[in-house]
Design a protein around this ligand. Structure first.
Ligand SMILES: [Fe+2]
Length: 307
């Protein structure tokens, strides 16, 4: 006659908790597996993620096929992500998560320039250019644009020595990193400047146009499946860094663009609208003569002092 195994009462209680889990009791068990020595912040985030994921599955009665489709979607999104094709960032952006995190991380007084998403097309290590007189897009299609940017503190005092990282799409809506010939040494429409004693930089580029985010990947699949517009309004990106101030990542949007209210990454803020003025051929702000119509943009960025 086989010997009967009779577990200790405490062991039996543990066994009960770990087995026979159903769709309701499994959540507490998973939460309980997080070790007591886990970093407190990691524990908080992971516990919340588990609770919300489980609740999502129960709320929509997620099927196995749907779960597998989701896993494959995220797998493919990760597999196609590179330094210059950041599909995961694009997924976060188009789900509104990026702008949500930005908004709650950079609450600013009304006078300061607001923060927006970095987006998927920023590249670290862009070439450093002189403060005035650089042409950023000598091989880029589009009509000329002359940008004059000023950086101040909240009291209007110019900030000398601020690093101004600029990147933008060309007149056909493409970033240099989206082109086959891309390499950092031949960057187009991206550079880092340093403000002069008046807090200013100026450069020539091309007038950006509104553009569709890349739709040949998993994010494009999601946009089509949900009948969403992939369009972004025309803009120039800026990242401005100066000691003692909260680093500013923002866009300057063309104030008359038709896609301002349907930006697919939810990044348009009223304080980030710029007036791109169309000019007739003639003398340009940099002293040159331009024989085609061109645009000018004059914009002041107000940094917020770090606490
Ligand atoms: Fe952009």
């Amino acid at each position: 006659m086989p010997r009967q195994h009779r577990p200790l009462p405490s062991r039996r209680n543990t066994t009960r908790a770990m087995r026979n889990l159903d769709e309701h009791t499994i959540t507490a068990e998973v939460l309980g597996r997080i070790g007591t020595k886990t970093d407190p912040r990691l524990r908080d985030i992971l516990q919340s993620a588990i609770r919300h994921l489980h609740e999502l599955a129960r709320e929509v009665n997620l099927t196995e096929a749907e779960w597998l489709a989701g896993v494959r979607f995220l797998t493919r999104t990760g597999q196609m992500s590179t330094d210059v094709r950041q599909e995961m960032v694009l997924l976060s952006d188009t789900l509104g998560l990026s702008q949500l995190v930005v908004a709650q991380s950079h609450r600013r007084p009304p006078a300061a320039t607001e923060q927006t998403v970095l987006g998927p097309f920023h590249v670290e290590g862009a070439p450093v250019r002189i403060s005035h007189g650089t042409m950023l897009g000598d091989r880029s299609p589009g009509s000329p644009l002359f940008v004059s940017a000023r950086v101040t503190n909240g009291a209007g005092i110019p900030l000398e020595g601020a690093h101004v990282d600029v990147w933008q799409a060309d007149g056909e809506g493409l970033y240099d990193v989206q082109k086959p010939e891309w390499e950092l040494g031949r960057a187009q429409l991206r550079a880092v400047f340093c403000t002069d004693e008046q807090g200013r930089v100026s450069f020539r580029s091309v007038m950006p146009t509104h553009y569709a985010i890349p739709t040949d990947g998993t994010v494009g699949e999601m946009m089509r499946a949900t009948h969403r517009s992939p369009m972004r309004p025309a803009h120039v990106h800026f990242r401005i860094v100066h000691p003692g101030f909260d680093p500013l990542v923002t866009h300057v949007f063309a104030a008359d663009d038709p896609y301002l209210d349907t930006d697919c990454v939810f990044g348009v803020l009223s304080t980030c609208l710029g007036t791109f003025i169309r000019r007739e051929p003639g003398a340009a702000p940099d002293g040159s003569v331009v024989n085609v119509p061109f645009h000018t943009l004059d914009y002041t960025f107000i940094l917020h002092e770090s606490l």
